[in-house]
Design a protein around this ligand. Structure first.
Ligand SMILES: [Cu+2]
Length: 108
């Protein structure tokens, strides 16, 4: 009924992945010294926080991202204030990180 086909979609993708990795590595070592952290500060509206432990939950999880300088969640104001290195993180990264904790972050 069915015939086995030996296509290799994986290996092609893998080679591309490795090539991209090597490229990005060599790029980085050249420009490494020139990269200075760009600290950005943002207040992100976040709904779903009810108390201090909700705040702590978000702070603890989002802090695991490389590039967080300071984070302060406030359930009464329904916001999360973040100071971060914008060369390492984007606003979208922050929103995804907050959403992954189960609360709803909204683009400011
Ligand atoms: Cu809570």
């Amino acid at each position: 009924m069915s015939k086995l086909t030996f296509s290799k979609p994986l290996s092609g993708g893998l080679v591309m992945l490795i090539a991209g990795f090597v490229l990005s590595c060599s790029n980085q070592s050249k420009t490494d010294l020139k990269i200075t952290p760009k600290i950005a500060e943002i207040t992100i509206p976040v709904t779903g926080m009810m108390c201090g432990s909700c705040e702590l939950h978000i702070e603890t999880e989002v802090k695991k991202q490389d590039g967080i300088v300071e984070i302060d969640a406030d359930h009464e104001q329904a916001v999360v204030k973040v100071k971060y290195d914008s060369t390492k993180l984007s606003l979208d990264d922050l929103i995804v990180a907050i959403n992954n904790t189960g609360y709803q972050a909204h683009k400011p």
